[in-house]
Design a binder for this molecule. Structure first.
Ligand SMILES: *Cc1c(COP(=O)(O)O)cnc(C)c1O
Length: 399
């Protein structure tokens, strides 16, 4: 997945454009910037890439999720349904607004289980946040039906699924609002950066103002701008946008490499009857940023991970034992270890985490192995790796 692997002359050229005039900020200083508007240009490129009417760049993927929710009016005491398998950013972004993350089970797509979502809806629910983990997607039709029939927002975190599609639509462009990250390890990188995409003009205008102190961006005298509402600073810098601008133009090339490498590994592992793959909903096309497969049980998955380590197979994980991506190890959330006082509503709202179990999520995450697909691997290297992985798994399964 990581676009940084192929950082090169095109990225340097875009950054040099910015360094030549020294306008590192995305807004204002029209006269000094000699026509260079990297953030604006990147927003236009992303509109085409993600087939969305509006794109607002921000400082990170986490900021994108928070800005998206804020732009649609989610705030204090509102409940946002999210999956147990995601990145810590999901609940961070929700809690930053004083809203309450309601974690629910995933299914064999490794995304939100629609049945679990439906069961979690209360009168406080404001949004369903689907996270398209590891290059693929949840059952989007089912989730869209639920959000429509309950009049809820559908927010799509597509940070790990840049370039994936569902029924011809870009992941991230399907919900009311979509969120992307361009941090250092994502499929395209800005170093640090993110984007909110939407077809809703009001949400877009809100995101534009909110991510820059509430400034309304009318005219070209920043000091004269008025503030229709409160905001914060989640701006991206022009230097970061410049890197992203070079990278987004190379996305088709990146996706092609990912797909080639993914197919080689999947074909090899598919010869082992005990190995099964995550379900990709009908009409879905993975971005191929990761290959995810299931083994018969947790113990086997742990042994395979150990075998991979010893055999020099890197960038594969079993998230059951991982601190970043799965509820099981998020003690800091369950115990609400905060540097500052948390509101009564959020404290009350999160009490369920002390006792709630997620057996269905454990069932899938425990048996799952997730392998990053690198862009820098040569075809020969991937074939070698595939052969080794098959050998290791077969030895552990004793077949
Ligand atoms: C990377 C990531 C984010 C956060 O992005 P940052 O740019 O690192 O803040 C959010 N959600 C998911 C699923 C991610 O993988």
């Amino acid at each position: 997945m990581p676009g940084f692997e192929l950082f090169g002359d095109k990225e340097r050229q875009e950054v040099n454009d910015v360094l030549d005039n020294g306008v590192i900020m995305r807004y204002g200083f029209d006269g000094m910037r000699k026509g260079h508007w990297k953030a604006k240009e990147l927003e236009v490129e992303l509109q085409h890439t993600f087939q969305s009417k509006h794109v607002q760049l921000v400082s990170s993927g986490t900021a994108a999720v928070s800005v998206a929710l804020a732009s649609a009016g989610v705030g204090a005491g509102d409940e946002v349904i999210m999956p147990t398998f995601t990145f810590v950013a999901s609940f961070e972004a929700i809690m930053m607004l004083g809203a309450i993350p309601i974690l629910v089970d995933i299914d064999d797509t490794l995304g939100l289980d629609p049945k679990a979502v439906e069961a979690a809806i209360t009168h406080k629910t404001k949004a369903i946040m689907v996270v398209q983990m590891c290059g693929s997607m949840a059952n989007m039709d089912a989730l869209q039906n639920i959000s429509d029939s309950h009049n809820l927002l559908l927010v799509e975190d597509a940070c790990q699924a840049i370039g994936g599609t569902y029924k011809g639509k870009s992941l991230g462009s399907i919900g009311d609002l979509g969120c992307f990250s361009f941090d250092f390890v994502k499929t395209i990188t800005c170093g640090e950066g993110g984007a909110v995409v939407t077809n809703n003009e009001t949400y877009y205008t809100n995101a534009d103002h909110y991510s820059d102190h509430g400034h309304d961006h009318v005219g070209n005298d920043r000091g004269a701008e008025s503030h229709p509402f409160l905001g914060y600073n989640f701006r991206i810098s022009e230097l970061h946008a410049a890197v992203g601008l070079a990278q987004v133009k190379r996305l088709p090339e990146f996706l092609e490499i990912q797909k080639r490498n993914f197919n080689i590994l999947q074909e090899a592992l598919g010869t082992i009857p005990e190995v099964t793959f995550r379900t990709v909903p009908e009409g879905g096309e993975e971005s191929c940023a990761f290959l995810n497969f299931f083994l018969p049980d947790l113990e086997t998955a742990r042994q395979v991970i150990q075998g991979f380590k010893e055999g020099g197979i890197d960038v594969c994980w079993n998230y059951y034992d991982n601190n970043w991506h799965y509820i099981r190890k998020w003690e800091h959330l369950k115990e609400l270890k905060s540097l500052f006082p948390i509101s009564k509503e959020v404290k009350e709202g999160l009490k369920y985490l002390k006792t709630k179990t997620f057996d269905q999520s454990n069932h899938y995450i425990g048996r799952n192995i997730s392998c990053l697909i690198k862009l820098s691997w040569t075809e020969v290297e991937v074939k070698d790796r595939a052969e080794k992985m098959v050998e290791i798994i077969k030895a552990i399964l004793k077949i």
